[in-house]
Design a protein around this ligand. Structure first.
Ligand code: NAP
Length: 316
């Protein structure tokens, strides 16, 4: 039987790369300079049956078109926004992702960021390290997280895990999703503005689609207001980033804690000088435990595909 040819788009996890290398005929896309990648794909098109990508590079229309023998796209992420699902559907290409195994970590980080920005944990750490505690005395008073009204955009797997954690901190929970969830007592708002008007900590946890791009716009930020906190652990494009910078600089929005950006790894430099901002480098699921579980899920899906068994986490 022909060995499965697997295209790995970016270096994402050493264990996954080693396992793919030992099991399959592995092609590493990033080793070819960007301007020659299409030629590289065309040269190996006859041997590539599977594509493994992550939140940075997965399968756009051009890549899929260059690979006529592509059978499966397996992403090392739960988000599907970097995959041309329409094209995959059209071509009958299977798609898998890594849901559930990363939910706890991303929810932990969302709560961690909310507490970090309200209690100014990184800022206080810097205050001690640079000798200010000794020289100037105690750090400024900060703001409480426990008991704050929390609004969640997207009450899916991660949103629900965030809600459960926030409940344990005595927070009241409200949410906005496409549909109301009948099996929760959390307050549902059918539009984001009403949600923003009725919470103090707004956490973005929905999937990125054309409909949710810039779901947090200037109006939403102004509604959240000078005492409001925005936490984004969804995708950078959920938030209008230039408007976010302006809202924070002008004090129209109280604070922000952000794990994801519009043009990663580029972060607007204006944010670096702001004390009411906590920044994290798209690290929601980046723990040793979860990345191993995500890698195993990618490997199990490829294994199932190559032995004609049901996929573990099929999207298509
Ligand atoms: P999920 O279970 O599919 O949940 C997605 C949620 O988004 C659902 O509640 C859905 O609402 C909501 N949604 C979709 N379209 C919407 C719209 N037009 N308006 C309002 N809400 C909408 O996915 P998940 O596993 O929780 O993951 C959610 C997202 O988190 C991923 O897509 C990814 O972008 C992000 N993520 C980030 C990191 C990180 O490192 N920061 C890691 C993992 C995931 P309905 O329930 O009503 O359909």
């Amino acid at each position: 039987m022909e060995t499965l040819g697997v295209l790995l788009t970016v270096p994402m996890n050493q264990y996954l790369e080693e396992e793919l290398d030992s099991r399959y005929n592995l092609f590493r896309l990033w080793e070819t300079p960007p301007e020659s990648r299409l030629d590289f794909l065309r040269a190996h098109a006859g041997s590539i049956h599977a594509l493994v990508g992550d939140t940075n590079v997965v399968a756009d229309a051009e890549t899929i078109d260059a690979l006529p023998r592509l059978e499966i796209v397996s992403t090392f992420s739960v988000g599907l926004d970097k995959i041309d699902l329409h094209k995959c559907r059209e071509r009958g290409i299977r798609v898998t992702n890594t849901p559930d195994v990363l939910t706890d970590d991303v929810a932990d980080l969302a709560i961690g960021l909310a507490i970090a920005v309200l209690r100014r944990i990184p800022q206080a750490d810097r205050y001690v390290r640079c000798g200010s505690w000794k020289a100037k005395g105690n750090y400024q008073l900060t703001t409480k997280f426990s008991g704050k009204p929390v609004g969640i955009i997207g009450l899916g797997r991660i949103g629900m895990a965030v809600a459960k954690r926030a409940e344990a901190f005595g927070c009241s929970i409200s949410y906005h999703s496409r549909s109301e969830k009948p099996d929760t007592n959390y307050k549902y708002y059918s539009n984001v503005l009403d949600l923003a008007a009725n919470c103090q900590v707004l956490i973005v946890a929905c999937s990125l689609t054309p409909e949710t791009r810039h779901i947090v716009n200037r109006e939403v930020m102004d509604t959240l207001g000078p005492k409001g906190v925005l936490v984004n652990i969804g995708r950078g494009q959920h938030v209008d980033e230039p408007e976010l910078v302006k809202a924070l600089v002008e004090g129209r929005l109280g604070a922000a804690a952000i794990d994801v950006f519009e043009q990663e790894p580029l972060v607007p430099e204006e944010l670096f000088g702001l004390d009411n901002v906590v920044i994290s480098p798209h690290a929601g699921s980046d723990t040793l435990e979860t990345c191993k579980a995500m890698a195993d899920l990618v490997l199990q899906n490829l294994e199932a595909h190559s032995s004609s068994k049901p996929l573990l986490t099929p999207v298509l």
